[in-house]
Structure formats: structure tokens, C-alpha cells
Design a protein around this ligand. Structure first.
Ligand code: PRP
Ligand code: GUN
Length: 173
């Protein structure tokens, strides 16, 4: 059975919103440096585009946390696949994610990172599906709230496919 992709958010709308959120982050972090933590793999496209729109000093690190594997449903078990390279002690950390769905991944990740004594920790996501939340997560920056549908593109995959789509689409089976 093969799936089709229906466009949900256009490339132009994503670009405009990323620029707007970048400007907001620039304002909020005025006089500071921001340490972006990109959550791999899905967050990589958004992190790159967002970083270019932030006008305070930016440093970058990467973490890989997985709970979905190749499925459209979370396994409920969050695993660290790759940890950060650098210490975050005393840094103003901004976690950059592609999507928050059940909230399990981010609530786990925030707890892990808080133990490492950053100066501050905030969360920025490209997409949020608030109606799917199982674990409460405080989200500081959201580009788009979306309905309860499985989406791909701009970093998000279905069975490792479609990450390279320049827009956000819904998978129709
Ligand atoms: O709020 P949740 O229900 O926990 O879902 C959100 C998580 O699911 C996706 O990761 P995935 O495990 O698919 O890894 P990937 O980014 O490498 O594709 C996404 O990147 C988030 O990390
Ligand atoms: N690709 C993708 N990954 C997810 N992880 C949690 N929700 C989603 C979704 O809608 N799409």
C-alpha cells in the first residue's frame, strides 16, 4: 500500500513564520547568547533555518532522542541515541524540535537537561499538536498548531521518507 501527501502548510508560510519566530527570539535574548539544542533527526531543517534568523550570538549542539522508530505511533519509551557534545552548565539553552505530539519526548528531555544546570531552558517547536498531549510540556515558541494528523516534510519523516519535502504535508494512507 502506498501513501499520498496532502499539503498542509506551504513552503512560503513556513519561511515567513520561521523569520517571525527568529525575530521574537532575537528580542527575548537581547544582550545574551543562545545555545540551540537541535533534536535530531526531525529538528535539523528547522534548526538550520531558525538559526539564520536569530541575530544574537548562537551556538549549536545536537541530541538524538527517539520514541517513534519507523512507526506513526509513539512506543512510549524515550531513548537517548546521541547525547550532547558539550556541557550546558550556565548556558541559555533553547531546545529546537520539529513537533510536539504526546509530549513524552520533550518532557523527558527537559528533565534530563535541567539536571545539568543551564542558566535557563526554553523550548521552540515548529509544530504542536496540543490535542494529543499526554504529558504536560511548557512550550515557549510555536510556529504552528496543527490538527491530529500525521505530518511529514521539513525534517519530519514517515518510515524515514519525506524529510526533504520543503512544505508540511499530511500522510494519507
Ligand atoms: O511528543 P511526542 O509524542 O513524544 O513526539 C514528538 C517526537 O517525535 C518525533 O521524533 P521521532 O521519534 O520520530 O524521531 P526523528 O526526529 O528522528 O524522526 C519528533 O521529532 C519528536 O521528537
Ligand atoms: N513525522 C512525524 N513524526 C511525529 N512524531 C510525533 N508526531 C508526529 C507526526 O505527526 N509526524
Amino acid at each position: 500500500m502506498s501513501e499520498t501527501i496532502r499539503e498542509l502548510i506551504s513552503e512560503e508560510d513556513v519561511a515567513a513564520k520561521v523569520k517571525e519566530i527568529g525575530a521574537q527570539i532575537t528580542k527575548d535574548y537581547e544582550g545574551k547568547a543562545v545555545h540551540l539544542i537541535c533534536v535530531l533527526k526531525g529538528g535539523v531543517f528547522f534548526t538550520c533555518e531558525l538559526a539564520k534568523r536569530i541575530e544574537v550570538p548562537v551556538s549549536l549542539d545536537f541530541m538524538s532522542v527517539s520514541s517513534y522508530g519507523d512507526d506513526t505511533k509513539s512506543s512510549g519509551v524515550v531513548k537517548i541515541i546521541k547525547d550532547l557534545d558539550e556541557s550546558i552548565e550556565g548556558k541559555d539553552v533553547l531546545i529546537v524540535e520539529d513537533i510536539i505530539d504526546s509530549g513524552r519526548t520533550l518532557s523527558y528531555l527537559i528533565e534530563v537537561l535541567k539536571q545539568r544546570n543551564p542558566a535557563s531552558i526554553r523550548l521552540c517547536t515548529l509544530l504542536d499538536k496540543p490535542e494529543r498531549r499526554v504529558k504536560d510540556v511548557k512550550v515557549d515558541y510555536v510556529c504552528f498548531n496543527i490538527p491530529d494528523e500525521f505530518v511529514v516534510g521539513y525534517g519530519l519523516d514517515y518510515a524515514q521518507k519525506y524529510r526533504n519535502l520543503p512544505f508540511i504535508g499530511v500522510v494519507e494512507f
